[in-house]
Design a protein around this ligand. Structure first.
Ligand code: SF4
Ligand code: SF4
Length: 109
């Protein structure tokens, strides 16, 4: 699996001292280039935890699935809503499917 950052979508988290993906990555792999577009330092060091995918507010980051899981070109993006996580999977032909995970609230939330 690998991370792909779409520079046409990334807005550099304008106004923030660091990109959200930069801040959240546990491996310190995401950074903003001079152009303020995000990039990943070293794909081989990424353990595909998907924190950056979840954190990006404009869905500029996607997780590319390996051939064995989704054939060439399959990928995964995620949007966070207040009480749900919505995963969208694209297969190699561009068909998409959504998986919605409802957050569980414990008493007192
Ligand atoms: S998937 Fe995880 S380890 Fe890889 S770049 Fe994103 S936040 Fe960092
Ligand atoms: S979180 Fe998204 S918009 Fe912000 S810098 Fe990273 S890729 Fe760009």
């Amino acid at each position: 699996m690998s991370i792909f950052i779409d520079e046409n979508v990334c807005n550099g988290c304008k106004g923030l001292p660091e990109g959200r993906c930069e801040r959240i990555c546990p491996g310190n792999l995401c950074y903003r280039k001079e152009s303020m577009k995000a990039a990943i330092r070293d794909q081989s060091a990424c353990w595909t935890c998907a924190c950056c995918v979840k954190e990006c507010p404009v869905q500029a980051i996607e997780l590319r699935l390996p051939f064995q899981i989704g054939s060439n070109g399959a990928s995964l993006k995620v949007r966070l809503k207040r009480d749900k996580t919505i995963w969208t999977v694209w297969d190699a032909r561009g068909h998409q499917e959504e998986f919605v995970i409802q957050a569980k609230h414990v008493k007192g939330d």
